[in-house]
Design a protein around this ligand. Structure first.
Ligand code: FES
Length: 110
């Protein structure tokens, strides 16, 4: 188990999460309406989070390529649909459906 602390538009939430699971799904399962507009395919970047503490693991090529197209992101930005939990994480959720006023998108596969 890993401990996730997520800063959201509605305050800070802490919860346990199974190692190896996709970060975006654990966040959503805690009732946080994180966006994932492309369904977890490393295309939209709406699922991005800012990692404040902890090791989100290695970054894959598809994630690296799409993040490189964005100029307004800091070095600690990761796509939560591409992160498999392996460590305690403190993070900030960037996009939420209730804040952006749009549907979260298709739920990514496990
Ligand atoms: S990049 Fe689209 S859901 Fe993660």
């Amino acid at each position: 188990m890993a401990r996730i602390t997520a800063e959201t538009a509605n305050g800070t939430v802490s919860f346990d999460a199974a190692e190896g699971r996709k970060l975006v799904l654990t966040i959503e399962d805690e009732g946080i309406d994180i966006l994932h507009r492309c369904g977890g395919n490393a295309r939209c970047t709406t699922c991005r989070v800012e990692i404040l503490e902890g090791d989100p693991g290695p970054i894959g090529e598809p994630e690296k390529v799409i993040l490189a197209t964005k100029t307004d992101l800091n070095d600690h930005t990761r796509l939560s649909c591409q992160v498999r939990i392996m460590d305690d994480l403190h993070l900030k959720v960037i996009n939420q459906a209730s804040v952006n006023g749009i549907d979260p998108g298709t739920r990514p596969e496990e």
